[in-house]
Design a protein around this ligand. Sequence first.
Ligand code: GLN
Length: 307
Amino acid sequence: MESSFFFAQWQNLTLRQESPLPEIHIALVGKYTRLQDSYLSVSKAIQHAALYCKRKARLHYIQADLLEETARDIDPVKFHDSWQTMCSSQALIVPGGFGQRGTEGMITAINWARTHDMPFLGVCLGMQLAAVEFARNKLGLADANSSELQPESSNHIIIEMPEFNPVTKGGTMRLGKRRTIFTNKEDSVLWKLYGKPDVIDERHRHRYEINPEYVTKLESEGMQFVGCDIDTHQRMEIMELKGHYYFVGCQYHPEYLTRPLKPSPPYLGLILAATHKLSSYFAQGNRTHSPSNSLQSSDFISWPLEF
Ligand SMILES: NC(=O)CC[C@H](N)C(=O)O
């Protein structure tokens, strides 16, 4: 790539970063919020996307178990503070994670976002819990859960991937770069945000997946699976809620491939939605790009943006 072009883009970015920009408040509901470095790549992805949209990101880390009913009695001040921060934010992100603690709080937060048209991005565990929330409250499956979190549930919306079970198959996790194919392009907001490709390559780190047996039922109520793995077409990779302004889940981790000049498309969508710019962005025909490690001038979305 031409270095003068790159330098101009970079200069533009740094000037923007130093200028006084309106703030955008994003709630991150997670388990490891006391160690904020755990979410460093997520916070960078938010920053990159926010700067692109001429906003300063204010990321509010909310400890998920403080949103749970038990916290109301144990620590009512923190319970109400956490809900206040969550509800007054302009968007919600539930990032990746492992284990049961805090997941009921994450599910309640997701329910709020879904029912209040709050822009939402669920990454890996965040997407899995969004499917669980939807199954509980839209399909009426009160005990819907993930087999990782509630092995006794009779409705496992999320199940272990057979070939990555360390006991039966000796694997550990489904890791690294994998290819996703878009199967429902017309209805997909992510397909447009990625620049309308047939496939995308994103990075993974998980052991559980959407149970294929529930896909049709979830879709019958409007939860659409618009991308799946290219090898089997059985592994759901992207989930979007029809009729919601921006309610998106990714089984992969889009934050791993974000770059300052190439914000990750799902994160960009979240910020565009939170600033009510999504429709005008698409109306202007702005093209975004598939993530990759190499930078080419044709990859860049035009800076500065006016929309
Ligand atoms: N990275 C993640 O969020 C993993 C989610 C879930 N614990 C799984 O293993 O599938």
